[in-house]
Design a protein around this ligand. Structure first.
Ligand code: NAG
Ligand code: NAG
Ligand code: NAG
Ligand code: NAG
Ligand code: NAG
Ligand code: NAG
Length: 626
């Protein structure tokens, strides 16, 4: 078979003048002879590529010779019919421009024309081109300055980018009783267009349809146009296209044309296939993607916050049992103590003793300074009794007691909250060349304070409270250097904790009454024994047992006793004091220390008597040797 296009080519070259029966069909442009300019080219597989992936460019393809468009005798425009298949593929789904136009032009020199919205046919200087141009535009942009109806329309342009008539791109379908169905010009899919002009009724019809739909019976745009007055005798026929900022490829796959008759139908099976480059995600889609990512991040953040919240809930969860209800006011919540001590940080550590670590803290809301003692308490046994006791002790009020403000209980941990004592513990001021030495007056004041606190514990309350651990390091000094007895009752915890093993002895070496080591039973009298040790510590400025001293001086009581027996008890006094002390008071304190430290518990004075002796309301009993 002789290819039609070749056939046309032969005819065309022979009959430019008598073009009345011009009739050609290109099913692909492989063999077509067209006049191309701008960026237009024919691809190796036969696609007429009006624009490629360049920006701000235009491209044209025309038949190389003009056709006689008018009847030579009547001077009227001839009827014509054309059909072509095009595809517009934008790089980004929703950023594209500007479209394709089927063009009748008097001159193919379109160098003056602009790309973008001018479609490579017009320019901005004059709305009316001096070139005689009639174009049917397939416009994918809305340009308000040209009165565009939308960004997906078909329009008829006469010498101007302002369309004389236009219509939204759509095709008529008989589905659902018949009607127009929208058609996206930039879908990237091939679209077939038919353009027909009848010189009798002067109607220019533009019909559209997707490639797999037969030609609809109703045109998309049907407009009265008297071409006779708009064109000259000879007109070039072809296509124009332009791109602006957004990369868009415009393709034509096949084209048929006929003057004075109906153009041949295109053979769809012979059309070249479109390059397989789908449009990419556009900026818009990126924004949506970004939004989704942000949303996911947000959700993650919320989740993390929730996990954190739940964790902190667990962290600060309170262990609360029914029996604690009555202690409500004395019970602190863990979170407050955690915040007060900045999470039990080492910077807040005041000291670590036998019972646990002590932290300084500032209670949130009230700004009250407190000392928080962390008592490790592994066994649940006896906790209830212990807390009952702690709380009841907490109700004790004495100006020489360190006030217990409350407690907090957690799994395996007990926190006791005390008044904060700004000057720390007494031992710092007594032993090992202290930075700040206490005067005798201050020492005597502290002794009297501690004695009165102990007296209160033993006798001033409805039941005897045994302190169990009196020693210089358990005496704290308030802002006025008053001695305050701390940690009272704490030793009970160990009693309870160890359960039936009653023999477990609590206290500090050097302060333990001899009978305590035998019976393991703490009494007011064992407290007095320890108090005696404390008196000697304060008066002599050294610990009850000093391993660095000579053997006979190692135990303080023995040393003082030795001095007393030798008739020079004052020799035992703290050498740091020099002569800055009151002899009677010093002597009394040393003797009272010996008396209280008497190995025989019945020889020790009760605290009431101790108080009166210190106040000089009662004479000091004679110290016996055994
Ligand atoms: C031109 O018009 C005349 C008179 O109407 C007609 O006879 C002739 O066929 C027309 N020519 C063409 C090419 O249409
Ligand atoms: C616009 O196009 C016309 C021809 O239609 C030309 O004469 C004129 O110089 C062009 N103006 C510009 C600014 O290119
Ligand atoms: C077709 O497009 C026009 C203009 O954009 C719009 O008004 C109309 O609702 C669309 N019709 C359908 C069926 O989508
Ligand atoms: C143009 O469309 C109208 C309305 O459908 C129709 O009457 C007329 O015959 C069509 N003209 C051509 C040349 O197809
Ligand atoms: C077109 O215009 C010419 C004059 O320019 C006139 O003779 C002719 O009748 C018009 N044709 C139609 C269909 O209106
Ligand atoms: C413009 O196009 C519409 C839609 O095809 C048509 O109904 C209308 O008659 C046209 N206007 C003119 C002046 O031809």
């Amino acid at each position: 078979m002789f290819p039609k296009s070749m056939f046309f080519f032969l005819i065309l070259t022979l009959t430019t003048a008598s073009a009345e029966d011009v009739d050609f069909t290109y099913n692909g442009f492989g063999a077509a002879k067209l006049r191309l300019d701008g960026i237009t080219e024919i691809t190796p597989n036969g696609i007429l590529m009006l624009t490629d992936t360049r920006r701000a460019a235009k491209g044209h393809a025309f038949l190389p010779t003009p056709l006689r468009f008018k009847n030579s005798t009547t001077g009227e425009a001839l009827s014509f019919s054309t059909s072509f298949i095009f595809a517009i593929i934008p790089k980004y789904i929703d950023l594209y421009g500007h479209g394709i136009a089927f063009v009748l032009a008097h001159s193919v020199d379109l160098s003056y024309a602009f790309p973008s919205q001018f479609l490579g046919l017009f320019n901005s200087s004059s709305s009316d081109s001096t070139n005689q141009i009639v174009a049917i535009e397939f416009d994918t942009n809305m340009n308000p300055e040209f009165g565009d109806i939308d960004n997906n329309h078909v329009g008829i342009d006469v010498r101007s980018p302002k369309s004389i008539n236009s219509s939204h791109a759509a095709y008529f379908t008989n589905d659902n009783g018949g009607g127009f169905k929208n058609l996206s010009l930039v879908s990237g899919k091939p679209i077939q267009a038919w353009i027909e002009y009848g010189h009798l009724d002067g109607l220019l019809n533009v019909t559209l349809a997707p490639i797999d739909v037969a030609k609809p019976g109703v045109p998309c745009l049907s407009s009265k146009v008297n071409l006779s007055s708009l064109i000259s005798d000879y007109m070039y026929v072809g296509f124009s296209s332009s791109v602006g900022t957004f990369i868009t490829s415009h393709y034509i796959l096949g084209w048929s044309f006929k003057l004075n008759g109906r153009a041949q139908a295109l053979d769809l099976s012979r059309l070249p296939s479109l390059p397989q480059i789908g449009p990419k995600l556009s900026l818009e889609s990126w924004k949506i993607g970004l939004l989704i990512i942000v949303a996911i991040l947000f959700i993650l953040l919320v989740l993390i916050c929730m996990i954190f919240l739940v964790k902190s809930k667990i962290k600060f969860r309170e262990v609360f049992e029914d029996w604690e209800l009555e202690y409500g006011p004395q019970r602190f919540c863990y979170k407050d103590l955690f915040l007060a001590t900045k999470g039990f940080r080492d910077q807040h550590l005041l000291g670590a003793g036998g019972f646990g670590r002590v932290y300084k803290g500032v209670l949130p809301d009230t700004d009250i300074q407190v000392a928080v003692k962390q008592v490790s308490q592994e066994s649940r046994q006896g906790v209830r009794e212990f807390i009952a006791e702690i709380v009841s002790i907490g109700r004790l009020r004495h100006r020489n007691l360190v006030q217990l403000l409350g407690y907090c209980r957690r799994k395996g941990e007990l926190l006791l909250v005390y008044e904060f004592m700004p000057n720390g513990s007494l031992d710092k001021y007594l032993f090992n060349q202290p930075k700040l030495m206490l005067s005798w007056g201050q020492r005597f004041q502290i002794i009297k304070g501690v004695a009165s606190a102990l007296y209160y514990l033993h006798e001033g309350w409805e039941k005897v409270v045994v302190h169990r651990d009196i020693k210089a390091s358990n005496i704290l000094l308030d802002d006025q250097m008053n001695g305050r007895l701390g940690d009272f009752g704490l030793a009970r915890l160990y009693d309870h904790g160890t359960g039936p093993q009653k023999a477990h002895v609590v206290g500090s070496l050097g302060y333990l009454a001899p009978e305590l080591t035998k019976t393991g039973k703490a009494t007011a009298s064992t407290d007095v024994f320890a108090f005696g040790g404390f008196l000697l510590e304060v008066a002599c400025g050294r610990r009850p047992i000093d391993r660095r001293a000579s053997e006979e001086d190692m135990v303080l009581v023995d040393k003082v006793l030795g001095c007393w027996k030798a008739g020079m008890i004052l020799e035992a006094r703290d050498p740091n004091l020099g002569s800055e002390y009151i002899v009677e008071e010093m002597e009394m304190v040393l003797k009272l220390g010996l008396l209280c430290s008497h190995p025989n518990c019945s020889s020790r004075p009760p605290m009431g008597l101790v108080m009166r002796i210190l106040e000089r309301d009662a004479p000091l009993p004679e110290v016996s040797e055994d």
